[in-house]
Design a protein around this ligand. Sequence first.
Ligand code: SF4
Ligand code: MG
Length: 278
Amino acid sequence: MELTVNDYKSNVKPIWCPGCGDYAVLNALLRAFAQLQLDPARTVVASGIGCSSRFPAFVKTYGIHGVHGRPLPLATGIKLANPDLTVVAVGGDGDGFSIGGGHFPHAARRNIDLVYIVMDNSIYGMTKGQPSPTSPEELKTKASPYGTLEEPLNPIMMALAYDATFVACAFSGQLKEMIELFVQALQHPGFAFIQVLSPCVTFHNTYDLYRNNVRPLPAEHDPADKLSALKLALETEVQYTGLFYRNASRPAYSQLQRQLIEQAGRKTLEDIFNAYKP
Ligand code: SF4
Ligand code: MG
């Protein structure tokens, strides 16, 4: 029987503020699941802490709402324990680039076969609007009344530098494009990172800014060309959305892990003891 979007929706109603960009992200992911007919019993969504990290409660798959900054270690452990599962890690910009920022490079360089969606609103929403690692310079908040002094991180540049094998950017105001990117990410055999520009209407409403600045990546951009992806990620006049980079030829970590287990399994106990003999 064909599964519909409702089959992936839990009966817990999201409690995000009306207009929050995260509604569109939830909607897009549920549609991508339905499009791929993923088995809810073999799909897991793992999150950290923050407004966007409430996500697993609203999805009728397996899920875990973990601790702050740790969606990637959780998702990595789940994938390595059972490589046949589809695993999605979700969280916000503070969770993923500050509190848990150390996990991002390692999940990417290991090419763990999972999808990592960061709902980037450039603010700490849940704790009432402090500047986050992607807040623009000079952003005034209650915690930075004279404006922030730091430059924001560039998550697309980071993912490319960490050698993530799938790097994309979507915008909550463009549902169709976001669903398409989620479908591609779920099909990618390796670490798929998607930055979603997902405005916080309550503490840092960037809808108008993105509507004016967001552009699809140039049609001539080839996602196999990393240098071109890096140049486009450096663009400051506009914010590009779409697939910056994809490399489907690098083996995923779970594939290498399987080979290692097979190789190690061929050894007898005696072989192992002999290796430690003087
Ligand atoms: Fe969304 Fe901001 Fe409200 Fe949090 S505070 S639910 S991020 S609009
Ligand atoms: Mg945030």
